[in-house]
Ligand binder design. Structure first.
Ligand code: ATP
Ligand code: MG
Length: 324
């Protein structure tokens, strides 16, 4: 059976882009593949963060994932920091990583610019290598991600090739799996920026209060004119809202255009709000019933399973590089 691995950072509340870009794919995949889903708490340390909040967000994220449809009986749901082999392999890969490639990563440039005042540590430069280790330690076949992660995955593939060439073939070259249409959901207040959970403005958090969600959708920026028409070049904001609405209602773009002919943006927004709550009603209820104790057990089980696979591979890797 093919093995799938992906991750999500406990850096904020889960947002619609996370769901449409990656989580909904994993929910499907867990029925046909072996899926490992990692809560990337070590990645969340790369920018300034609050330790108490990190712990709260980690548990909250696990609850959200389960409420949305991740089944811990099928998917190995675990915390990255519970599997030390990731860090061990990360060091091995760091030593064969071209520094120039790391400095060219978009996320490195963006985040070091964003936190210029506070200053960021070297983790922001090196975490794509840790990400490669997260994937390669399991010899994953497929990695489903949003478009923003493509560059990091290309690095992962390059590091796997380098390792194989230098130490003898061991790693599979993982397939980058990106859902075309929903791979980059844009911010509701700026259609040129992707929606990100660490930037709450313009970010639609799935489990936020009804009031906030309504407000955010009603305040979403729109384009000039008043026609609901799919045209990503000339109407980027409306087209982004249409992509969201399309997935919430399973309608096509032309059906949506037809539905709102002569009706304008305000009515469209009211329908998005309705569709959002219809779609996520069940998950929002389920989440309230999940206890911290349940999560503790699920993460422990997940860590046991993940450690078993990772440690077996680490043993072989350490022999190959001359450390055993
Ligand atoms: P942060 O702001 O902390 O980076 P994030 O919202 O980008 O948070 P991540 O934990 O970095 O979330 O990413 C989790 C997954 O969701 C990744 O596969 C990522 O590519 C995907 N993803 C993130 N944002 C979007 C988006 N706006 N559209 C589609 N996919 C997204
Ligand atoms: Mg991100």
């Amino acid at each position: 059976m093919k093995r799938v691995l992906t991750g999500i950072k406990p850096s904020g509340e889960i947002q619609l882009g996370n769901y449409l870009g990656m989580i909904k794919e994993i929910i499907d995949m867990q029925n046909k593949y072996e899926v490992l889903l990692m809560i990337a708490d070590l990645h969340a340390q790369t920018v300034p963060y609050n330790p108490k909040r990190l712990k709260i967000l980690t548990y909250d994220l696990a609850k959200s994932l389960i409420a949305l449809g991740i089944n811990p009986k099928k998917t190995i749901l675990f915390k990255q920091s519970d599997v030390p082999a990731h860090l061990y392999l990360s060091w091995v890969l760091t030593c064969i990583s071209p520094l120039g490639d790391l400095m060219r990563m978009h996320e490195f440039k963006e985040q070091s610019e964003r936190y210029k005042k506070e200053g960021v540590g070297a983790g922001i430069l090196l975490y794509p290598v840790l990400m490669a280790a997260d994937i390669l330690i399991y010899n994953a076949d497929i990695v489903p991600v949003g478009e923003d992660q493509r560059q990091h995955l290309e690095l992962t593939r390059e590091l796997a090739r380098r390792f194989n060439a230098r130490f003898g073939k061991f790693f599979k070259i993982p397939e980058i799996y990106i859902q075309k249409e929903t791979a980059k959901i844009m911010s509701l207040n700026d259609p040129n920026k992707k929606m990100s959970k660490s930037i709450p403005e313009g970010c639609l958090e799935i489990f936020d209060s009804e009031k906030n969600i309504k407000e955010k959708i009603l305040k979403a920026v729109t384009d000039s004119g008043n026609e609901v028409k799919y045209d990503p070049i000339n109407k980027p904001a409306i087209s982004n809202l249409m992509t969201i609405y399309k997935y919430l209602t399973k309608k096509s773009y032309s059906e949506i255009e037809e539905e709102f002919k002569g009706k304008g943006y305000y009515e469209f927004k009211l329908r998005i709000i309705e569709a959002f709550f219809d779609y996520f009603k069940e998950a929002r209820n389920i989440k309230k019933q999940i206890k911290n104790k349940d999560i503790e057990k699920i993460l422990k089980d997940g860590a046991n399973k993940a450690n078993k696979i990772a440690n077996k591979n680490l043993n072989i890797i350490l022999k190959k590089v001359g450390l055993r």
